[in-house]
Design a binder for this molecule. Structure first.
Ligand SMILES: Cc1ncc(COP(=O)(O)OP(=O)(O)O)c(N)n1
Ligand SMILES: Cc1nc(C(=O)O)sc1CCOP(=O)(O)O
Ligand SMILES: [Mg+2]
Length: 222
């Protein structure tokens, strides 16, 4: 397990703009690696962190998510749980839901008005309109580029991000995003860039520098 931290750098929670990192059970295979990588990423200035673990081991998922929730609280950065509304409710944190997951409206009702509920909208303004009506906190579009993490995700056009401004919610761009592509996504209208490999692909010790570089290249530091 990770050691206690004598000095924690606090980042004011401004989750609506910046780098949004998703954990990955293959790149971060054990608790120590996961928490070291997550702490580095938070220290680098993440806007949001998502716990994404597709395993069916509930005790494992609870243990890791609870540890991440504690870490995120120290950095005043919201934690989002992928797919699992019950786990999010248990921890009092946000949830991200795709088209094959539980309904956004039900999650909003269960979690309450103050909790973040994110929605996958792929390349569709119609899905975005539905997610907004159902109470989503942000709209995620993608994949915009070839993704090593999820190669089969349906593709989307960057021009969609500008059109999605009409919904008045933070727009998340996901899928194969690195420094150059983050800048392109932000220029097209993304408020947040969601990444796995660009933050966690180079090892747990590299996550802080990776977030700092992404923030700088995407223009989130100005
Ligand atoms: C920020 C963000 N955007 C999209 C997704 C994908 O969600 P989903 O379509 O439900 O696919 P899985 O992640 O569950 O495989 C996401 N998780 N986060
Ligand atoms: C989890 C996920 N969802 C996507 C979508 O398009 O809905 S792309 C993706 C993986 C993003 O990882 P990377 O930054 O390594 O490409
Ligand atoms: Mg899902």
């Amino acid at each position: 397990m990770i050691c206690p931290h004598p000095v924690i750098e606090m980042h004011e929670s401004n989750w609506q703009r910046g780098v949004y990192a998703l954990t990955d059970a293959t790149l971060l295979p054990d608790d120590d690696t996961l928490l070291t990588a997550a702490e580095g990423a938070l220290r680098g200035g993440l806007a949001l962190l998502q716990y994404r673990d597709k395993s069916s081991d509930e005790a494992h998922r609870y243990r890791q998510a609870a540890a991440l929730a504690g870490l995120c609280r120290e950095f005043a950065t919201p934690l989002i749980i992928n797919d699992d509304v019950a786990l999010a409710a248990r921890l009092g944190v946000g949830v991200h839901l795709g088209q094959q997951d539980a309904a956004v409206a039900g999650a909003r009702e269960r979690l309450g008005p103050g909790v973040l509920v994110g929605a996958t909208c792929h390349g569709s303004l119609e899905l975005a309109a539905r997610a907004r009506r159902a109470g989503a906190s942000y709209l995620a579009f993608g994949r915009f580029f070839a993704s090593r993490t999820k190669p089969g995700a349906p593709p989307a056009e960057l021009s969609l991000l500008g059109e999605a401004a009409r919904f008045g919610l933070p727009r998340v761009a996901i899928g194969g995003i690195d420094g150059d592509r983050a800048a392109r996504a932000v220029a097209a209208g993304a408020d947040l860039v969601a990444v796995v490999h660009a933050v966690f692909g180079a090892g747990a010790a590299a996550s802080e520098a990776a977030v700092r570089e992404l923030r700088q290249r995407a223009g989130f530091t100005s």
